[in-house]
Design a protein around this ligand. Structure first.
Ligand SMILES: C[S@@+](CC[C@H](N)C(=O)[O-])C[C@H]1O[C@@H](n2cnc3c(N)ncnc32)[C@H](O)[C@@H]1O
Length: 179
């Protein structure tokens, strides 16, 4: 995660983490997919190649103004709270930086980089169908083992799918299947 993240329009510009996650989800296929915290909408665009329905949410209206230029179904809400449909796949490039408060919602994850991600995953778990998948990106800067444990306690089988070393952190992609 690069610390120069937002443009004047206040959305997260696609960065190394975005492209790493995009590469990992580009061959996923199915009926319905959800990109939580879509930012510029790039991950939702990638999903739209292989899914009939793609929905993108973000807590930032500025981000959705950008995403809506290329993504049809954009919803401004916390995680998946406004949704009542079920998805085969949910992806999220989480705001994972440990922080005392949320000064920048694009990156700040609260204590150990767990507070915001745990809330996002809890909400996501209610819209993922049985045997559906959740794929999220976190980092060695966060307590990702604890996040995996919390995800498992929500009824998922979770495993580390890929890691990528950057100069100052290691990006971690976790793949979870709803049991
Ligand atoms: C690290 S950025 C990732 C943006 C984009 N998906 C990408 O990969 O480039 C995290 C995004 O999550 C959004 N976000 C943070 N907390 C959220 C929440 N509780 N619900 C929905 N979106 C949230 C932020 O506004 C931001 O756009």
């Amino acid at each position: 995660m690069i610390l120069q993240k937002k443009s004047f329009d206040e959305y997260y510009e696609p960065a190394e983490d975005t492209f790493f996650l995009a590469g990992c989800i580009q061959n996923e296929k199915g009926r319905a997919a959800l990109d939580i915290g879509t930012g510029s909408g790039l991950l939702a665009q990638v999903l739209s190649d292989n899914f009939e329905l793609v929905v993108a949410t973000d807590i930032s209206l500025d981000a959705l103004k950008k995403a809506h230029k290329t993504v049809k179904n954009c919803i401004c809400c916390n995680s998946a709270d406004a949704l009542r449909c079920s998805f085969d796949l949910v992806v999220c490039n989480l705001p994972y930086l440990p922080s005392d408060k949320v000064a920048d919602s694009a990156v700040d994850g609260l204590e150990e980089g767990l507070g915001i991600p745990t809330g996002i995953i809890k909400s996501a778990s209610s819209v993922i169908q049985k045997h559906g998948k959740l794929v999220f990106l976190t980092s060695s800067l966060a307590n990702y083992n604890e996040l995996i444990r919390r995800t498992e306690s929500l009824g998922f089988a979770a495993k580390i799918y890929a890691k990528k070393k950057l100069f100052f952190e290691e990006l971690v992609i976790v793949e979870c299947t709803k049991l």
